[in-house]
Design a protein around this ligand. Structure first.
Ligand SMILES: *[C@@H]1O[C@H](CO)[C@@H](O)[C@H](O)[C@H]1NC(C)=O
Ligand SMILES: *[C@@H]1O[C@H](CO)[C@@H](O)[C@H](O)[C@H]1NC(C)=O
Ligand SMILES: *[C@@H]1O[C@H](CO)[C@@H](O)[C@H](O)[C@H]1NC(C)=O
Ligand SMILES: *[C@@H]1O[C@H](CO)[C@@H](O)[C@H](O)[C@H]1NC(C)=O
Ligand SMILES: *[C@@H]1O[C@H](CO)[C@@H](O)[C@H](O)[C@H]1NC(C)=O
Ligand SMILES: *[C@@H]1O[C@H](CO)[C@@H](O)[C@H](O)[C@H]1NC(C)=O
Ligand SMILES: *[C@@H]1O[C@H](CO)[C@@H](O)[C@H](O)[C@H]1NC(C)=O
Ligand SMILES: *[C@@H]1O[C@H](CO)[C@@H](O)[C@H](O)[C@H]1NC(C)=O
Ligand SMILES: *[C@@H]1O[C@H](CO)[C@@H](O)[C@H](O)[C@H]1NC(C)=O
Ligand SMILES: *[C@@H]1O[C@H](CO)[C@@H](O)[C@H](O)[C@H]1NC(C)=O
Length: 380
């Protein structure tokens, strides 16, 4: 248990069911890195928190925590099993961004159709509370054109009420633009809020996000940074705000691209403006749902923070067995537009932009992220 988190307003009950291993998830656990559970998932757990992971995209498939109603909720999107032929959405795996000032501005932002999120990673190690995946990407990246042979590692670890994530990628042979990030889709109600299947009532606070990266109509950075005006639709810094607070504002139309109403924006975390800082001291973001009382505090050493509120979901992606309402036609078991939210931490796009596109050596990228799950007794 790390010491820097203050659980001031928080009262977690002791969770007997969560955190204790079961006969079922011992299959493949505890030391044998090569064996998964029958459904292809790898289970890790700690007090109050259980995660399931799959090799496809080195991604999380389930994250269970208990809410204020005493119900265990699965608060991320993912797959019911690991037999994924073709994913219908960008899964919660590891992303591999290219330099936004790359000559080819034709959007290879997520590593393309054979990006790392669409590959089966190798399980290097698996213990009761931790799993490490690796991937070797050959020079040319299977036709995606990225130079250099790249090796990447991702480790997920659970400690009481906390999910730790660390990612490293290094190019062994040539300079190459690597920008790692992770891409978990959250619905802190586990799609089980009887009043709404949407995430628009979740509140978000990103206190350092004074600037955002300007993009063109298809989401490619223009090279400018914009100020997020107080009270404007992109103001997440002055006070916590519901994701849907400005959903009917005219200013939100086009905010995520041509004819797109919502958010898919990269906010710049200006934490270094006042000099050196310790990223463990304060979260860069807090996301909370009033219905479940579940809050995720995000800590990271990265200095950009992307927010996407599932503008492009359209009711075709199915919920998991662990989510939603069964046999109730008024609650279709699908993810709707605005049904989820992604908080992506990533590297210094701002420094690349500020350097005027001069070549930045990103042959090594390391990302550390910690998500502290809390159950609120008062609202954000
Ligand atoms: C791990 O599982 C593999 C595949 O079933 C098996 O061959 C190996 O002996 C197991 N190793 C240990 C340490 O149990
Ligand atoms: C795995 O999940 C997919 C949908 O996510 C489903 O079509 C398939 O039947 C499932 N397979 C097993 C073995 O449960
Ligand atoms: C990944 O592994 C799963 C389960 O073994 C398999 O069904 C799937 O085809 C593999 N996908 C890729 C892209 O190799
Ligand atoms: C599934 O993915 C494979 C490999 O990327 C691709 O060749 C195939 O066309 C895809 N199938 C569908 C139905 O999208
Ligand atoms: C995008 O790619 C096409 C060909 O694939 C090329 O003609 C065009 O110039 C590219 N656009 C930019 C902005 O680089
Ligand atoms: C969502 O928030 C709005 C505005 O605060 C409120 O009117 C509405 O009742 C909330 N809905 C749910 C389902 O919590
Ligand atoms: C956005 O929502 C906040 C909170 O409700 C409000 O104070 C602000 O005026 C809204 N801004 C716009 C541009 O609608
Ligand atoms: C804009 O988006 C709306 C729905 O989001 C759609 O109905 C409409 O046709 C789109 N308009 C244009 C000009 O693309
Ligand atoms: C819904 O989204 C999926 C995945 O992006 C897409 O394949 C499908 O065509 C969309 N359906 C509609 C009706 O827009
Ligand atoms: C939903 O209804 C079907 C058919 O009546 C039943 O077999 C199934 O168990 C129900 N599922 C749940 C979760 O209640």
């Amino acid at each position: 248990m790390v010491g820097f988190i203050t659980f001031g307003l928080v009262a977690w009950l002791s969770l007997l069911a969560l955190g204790q291993s079961t006969a079922e998830d011992n299959v493949g656990a505890a030391g044998n890195s090569s064996v998964a559970r029958q459904d292809g998932k790898y289970v890790i757990r700690s007090e109050g928190i259980v995660g399931h992971f799959i090799p496809y995209g080195a991604s999380i498939s389930n994250l269970f925590v208990q809410d204020v109603h005493g119900k265990v909720r699965d608060i991320v999107l993912g797959f019911d099993n690991a037999t994924i032929k073709n994913s219908t959405f960008e899964i919660d795996g590891v992303k591999y961004h290219t330099d936004p000032n790359d000559n080819n501005k034709n959007d290879t932002l997520h590593g393309g159709s054979k990006g790392w999120d669409y590959r089966n990673w190798t399980v290097e190690a698996h213990t009761a509370d931790s799993i490490t995946f690796s991937l070797i990407d050959p020079d040319g990246s299977e036709g995606m054109g990225f130079p250099g042979k790249v090796i990447a590692y991702v480790t997920y670890t659970l400690t009481p009420y906390q999910w730790h994530l660390s990612m490293t990628a290094v190019s062994l042979t040539k300079k190459t633009p690597i920008m790692l990030s992770s891409h978990t889709y959250w619905n802190l109600d586990g799609f089980q809020n009887p009043s709404t299947p949407l995430a628009l009532n979740h509140s978000l606070f990103v206190p350092s996000a004074g600037l955002r990266v300007e993009t063109d109509s298809i989401g490619i950075p223009t090279g400018n940074l914009l100020a997020n005006k107080r009270g404007g639709v992109n103001d997440w810094w002055s006070t916590p705000k519901q994701l849907g607070a400005n959903i009917t504002s005219r200013d939100l139309l086009g905010n995520c691209g041509y004819n797109c109403t919502g958010y898919d924006n990269c906010y710049v975390l200006n934490r270094d403006a006042q000099g050196p800082y310790n990223w463990r001291q304060a979260p860069v973001a807090k996301l909370a749902s009033p219905f479940s009382g579940i809050q995720v505090d995000v800590y990271t050493d990265q200095d950009a923070f992307q927010v996407y509120i599932c503008n492009n979901m359209n009711g075709t992606l199915a919920l998991k067995k662990t989510q939603g309402f069964f046999n109730d036609s008024s609650h279709p078991r699908v993810v709707n537009k605005y049904g989820c939210v992604v908080m992506e931490v990533e590297g210094s796009m701002a420094s690349i932009i500020r350097s005027g596109g001069a070549e930045v050596d990103r042959s090594l990228d390391q990302v550390t992220m910690l998500m502290c799950l809390r159950r609120l007794t008062s609202s954000l």
